[in-house]
Design a protein around this ligand. Structure first.
Ligand code: NI
Length: 209
């Protein structure tokens, strides 16, 4: 009886340890690899927009660079500035790879975010940050291509299609997309990703020059 009990205890312990190891291995497995396979053809796409200097920019102009693409709007009270600061800090951590990386802020609010407005806005963040705007149609297409959600809401967070004033907010998804030099989707970072997480991923993916 006693030996049986010990045997059962040892077995339970081994089983528990195996489960723990398996969970640990799952956690360690790079998530971007799983995302990569699933999302390569699904996220991103061609665009022709206007940058903060009024210059036309297409996706192909950025080929050869790793892109950090963020969709937001310059009137955003908190989420966008937080994320753009985070992206800027992550870029400061990968100075040896900075020539390979282009951070891009694409507005989801092109009606208020003119090139001039964006010029002023992006200057608050990283010197390499480019702001892009375009027609409502262009932006709508790109939102679909990146599966980005963004709608006009009033001060109570209620959707409002035609606000009476310019005093509206945009409820929008806050991912940062990492695109490869061929324009292909590599992975995205959630709002919870820290500057360190972004920097470490960039270090893993981008070779030093
Ligand atoms: Ni925002």
């Amino acid at each position: 009886m006693r030996a049986n009990h010990i045997f059962i205890i040892i077995c339970s312990f081994c089983f528990g340890a195996l489960i723990a190891l398996w969970l640990y291995a799952l956690e360690q497995q790079p998530k971007q690899v799983r995302l990569e396979g699933a999302g390569k053809a699904l996220i991103g796409g061609p665009f022709t927009l206007i940058d903060q200097n009024g210059t036309q920019k297409s996706d192909t102009d950025f080929h050869g660079k790793y892109l950090l693409v963020y969709f937001g709007y310059s009137y955003c009270p908190d989420v966008c500035p937080t994320d753009l600061q985070k992206i800027s800090r992550s870029l400061d951590m990968v100075k040896d790879r900075i020539d390979e990386i282009q951070p891009i802020f694409i507005t989801v609010d092109p009606e208020r975010d003119t090139a001039k407005q964006l010029k002023n806005y992006v200057s608050n963040f990283h010197p390499k940050l480019i702001g892009l705007t375009g027609s409502l149609d262009d932006i709508e297409k790109l939102k679909k291509a990146y599966k980005v959600y963004a709608i006009k809401v009033d001060e109570n967070g209620k959707p409002t299609k035609n606000p009476k004033t310019d005093d509206y907010l945009m409820d929008h998804s806050p991912q940062t997309f990492l695109m490869g030099p061929d324009g292909q989707f590599i992975r995205y970072f959630r709002f919870s990703a820290t500057a360190e997480i972004i920097a470490n991923t960039l270090k893993k993916i981008i070779p030093t020059t």
